[in-house]
Design a binder for this molecule. Sequence first.
Ligand code: ADP
Length: 911
Amino acid sequence: MGFSAALQGEMGHAAVLGRQDAELRLLDTMRRILVARAKCDREYSAALTQLARTADKMDSPDPLLDDSKLHKAWRVMVDGLEDWSNTMRENADTLVADTVEKLVALITEKRASRKVYYEEHQRITNEVSRLQEAVGKARAYYEQTLELYKSSKTKYEDQFLKGKPGRRLDELKERYQKACRKLHQMHNDYVLLLCEAADYERDFRTVLLPGLLEYQERVQEDMVDKWRSILLEVWELTDTSKGRYSEIQAEVGSAVNAISSRTEYSAFSEENKSSPPEPVTFEFCSDLLGDGVGSLQPGRLAVDSLTVDSLRLRLTDIEHRLKEVMAELREKQNLLNQHETEVATIRKGMGAGGVGGMFQESPHLASRLPVLKRASDVLHRELNELRCKESWLQHQHSLIHDPLAALGCEDPPTNQPWETTHVNGDSTCKSKSLLSLNFAHQRDSLSLKSRSTAIKELLRKPFSRWEDQAGTEEPVGPPPTTSPADQHSLNDLAITPDGATTPVDHPQATSPAIPNASGMLLCPGGPGGAINGIPELTYDPDRCLEDEPWFHGVLPREEVVRLLVEEGHYLVRETTRNDEQQIVLSVCWGSHKHFIVQTTPEGHYRFEGPAFPTIQELILYQHQCGLPVTNKSGAILRTPIFRERWELNNDDVELREKIGRGNFGDVYKARLRDSGLEVAVKTCRVTLPDEQKKKFLQEGRILKQYDHPNIVRFIGICVQKQPIMIVMELVPGGSLLSFVRNHKGQLTVKQMMGMCLDTASGMAYLESKNCIHRDLAARNCLVGHRNSVKISDFGMSREEEEYYVSDGMKQIPIKWTAPEALNFGKYTSLCDVWSYGVLCWEIFSSGEVPYHGYSNTKAREMIDTGYRMQAPINTPDTMYQLMLKCWQYDPDNRPHFPEIYSSVHDIYLSL
Ligand code: ADP
């Protein structure tokens, strides 16, 4: 719609002028910018030309690249660059010479049209004003003339009535007639003027003004078309996706598409064919030894008293490296398998939905495929390298191991040490200097108060069977009873231990027993009561095996290995093999050796030596006699290792009421019989396989080291018998998840912030201890007095700075887990930071399910594409900003827990 009909008023007139002024300003801006744009394009074109020439100079012809499609594509790109630059310069020239000129002409035309419109409008409105003024004046004159007429008429009539004819009457008559004539003329003039003014005014409104606007509208529309065509020209001259530009791109595109990884090197390898390198032989130069140097022989290891120690050291080192290599191999192979499974799943999806199907729904899958392929290629290469390494290490191993074994110093070669991560329990090697492990660390004390009392009791009661020999300098002789089975070799009864684990410090431990110089516990009796330096043990027939301080129940082997750190350390434990309960003596002698206690047909107990009616007597004998448990192992019992402070008796704990159900079994409220302390006890179902039981105890092992108000406190484990149990402080409020759900709408923002603060404090402590929780979530925290939060459930935790999972991810809590852990199995404390963000969200949402309504897979996909949960109602904005920081995709961009703690603390204080 045009403007002529609508803009006849004064305001409309001002608007028409204003609009034209604005358009003139815009035209002027365009002119300036287009000139500047053309200048930029010319400069850019000059830079591109320069670049193309430099590329030309640098790319000197190389016959080795003659057939390369990669090189050809590059050449097309460089040529295209110059072409591109020329096109750009030409267009810039046209822009200035042609288009900008048109723009200048339009500006001039527009200015002129504005002037014409303004003046014409002025002229016709002035005419109306002039007529108005004339009418006003005429009216005033009319009034004067009328007055004159009236007075001359009155005067004449008065004289006439007096009846005095004469000169005076004639004069008045003449004046009267003159005034009358003037009035009549005036009247006619006034009438005609009014008619003219009225006609003009009507024409002004209905013809002149609309006509002027209509004319102006047509002029403006004409200029709009011109303006549009100028803009079209600009668009075309600057469009790099059309014309010559698109031709250049098409040429480059087809050159790039001609590249194929399969054919790129075909011609090249055909032309440069050559045979593989000649093998280099590394042989012992026999000239070196000349006529002979002692017993040294070319190319053969010298195994003698001079080298045996160093060879063993080498062997140990090689075994260690082999273990590492094989662990790495396993880990990488697992990772590779995972990648391959994932690739297959993605491909299958592509097959079903087609590239456009599945990939449209989950665009991140499209980018995942090349990432996986690349990672798999790297893994293949690394695996090859590791296999080579494994092979030459094995070769070196057999080179050293076999002659040592032939000397009788090593295990038989059938039992390769690295294959089972243990050595044969009956090794005959006596080289303690090489094999002894040297861990210097503090040990927890053995017992609770009652237990130490029992030990003191033992000290007072000498072992009755050997009473008369106690205190003698010589090792005691064999007991009076021997059986034919005594002669039987026990070699095949030794069970194999796991590899050594790193010992852990227990700084909080208090030791009622007597520590020796290295902080280890000596057995009761101490050095004073020793026979040949061997501490004395006593036997109480009223005390059962479970009450012996050195009996550790079903303590897992990892723990056992961790406890036995010096030569001669030993303990007794229970294990189940093929559903049969066995009592095992574990000894540190070189490596860790485990001997199953044998039962004679008479129901007595023995190793290689004499049999005894009770296991306590057997152990006491073995401890006091100073003879090896088996000849082959040479293992001698020197120091019994007592139960640690946290190894409680099952009977010490009285289960009262079930308060929860965990993954491994029920959780109970319980009471410690000794102290009456109320505790929580997690039990492990008796029917679970050993592997699961070990996992169950893992939580205890981790918790044992921590002491913090926001970490649930560990009290002990009960492994004397089934069911095994973990005892910990009773946290009365139950799980944080149920707590926030049950208190929906009742908690203040400050209280919720307090919970976030507690959790951050506990997590900062864990991070300082290099502990990655891996399952931080509201369901795994507990609520204590005054709403304090305690982090619990350390079943998945790891004490490492960085931890990779390679055994599948079946039980991963997807919605709480950071993307790098889900995608690459990489866990650090920064993954816990991600989970912390989700946990805070759970608190503020009163325990809603995160990513509510989305499946795990969908939530994972959404996160990968940048989605983050909204802030629940009432979340302080600063807290929500912190959650978003915790959910940064790149872990390096997330804050660490100490920083989180201080931010949460500030927010808490600000409320
Ligand atoms: P699991 O780790 O085996 O899954 P949880 O640690 O989740 O077991 O415990 C299961 C439930 O038992 C918890 O949700 C909680 O209600 C209760 N519970 C666990 N530990 C304690 C404790 N120390 N104090 C009070 N209740 C506890």
